[in-house]
Write a new protein. Structure first.
Length: 206
């Protein structure tokens, strides 16, 4: 499980195709491999991946390797990353950790497309479009995860939905690089999904 509080932006330093998968290597600060075990879960752009290898690169940086299978590439924007891309990283939640965002599984539901970016002195507004069948999970002031970041939805919800980002969020995450046309990973709030799906089943049963 994850909280949607990004711990680092990491640079993609290697991509190796392996049959219907890729081996992904990212460069991270040493602290992110502290007490990391092979097989541990790490969220990359909100996608729960398994660390298969890790170690030190040099005096300043370490690396973590992941195998990304074809299904993950199909549903997420990890299919679009390149060497030099910046990805959001969060280690899995441990008992006793503070939950600063909201509970996330790391299972991306879909992607959204950036339709508008409005920058001002004290915030940035990003507007996204998602496939119509997912709009039922989007509510004003509700929770959403975008590229693994726990965010609160803006008041404007229709064909497009928006999020408002403070400078700290931009500085700490790869949303600072999002431009019109970019795809981002979306995980909807599980409680919202459960409520909506329960109501739908109740309606069908009557």
């Amino acid at each position: 499980m994850f909280t949607g509080i990004v711990q680092s932006q990491a640079e993609v330093i290697a991509l190796i195709s392996k049959n219907n998968a890729i081996r992904l290597r990212i460069s991270v600060e040493h602290s992110l491999i502290s007490h990391l075990d092979a097989g541990a879960s790490v969220a990359i752009n909100g996608v729960c991946l398994t660390a298969v290898e890790f170690g030190r690169l040099d005096s300043e940086n370490s690396f973590i390797d992941f195998d990304v299978i074809d299904e993950t590439l199909r549903v997420s924007n990890l299919a679009d990353i390149k060497i030099g891309s910046k990805v959001n990283v969060e280690r899995s939640l441990k008992i006793g950790d503070e939950i600063g965002g909201h509970m996330l599984s790391g299972h991306v539901h879909t992607q959204a497309v950036s339709e508008e970016r409005i920058d001002s002195e004290d915030n940035c507004t990003l507007r996204f479009e998602v496939a119509p069948e997912y709009l039922k999970y989007i509510f004003a002031k509700g929770f959403i995860s975008i590229n693994g970041i726990s965010l609160t939805l803006g008041a404007e919800v229709g064909r497009l939905f928006s999020v408002h980002l403070i400078p700290e969020t931009l500085a700490r995450t790869n949303l600072q690089h999002v431009t019109v046309g970019d795809k981002v990973n979306i995980e909807f709030d599980q409680q919202t999904m459960t409520i909506v799906q329960t109501i739908e089943r109740m309606k069908l049963s009557h």
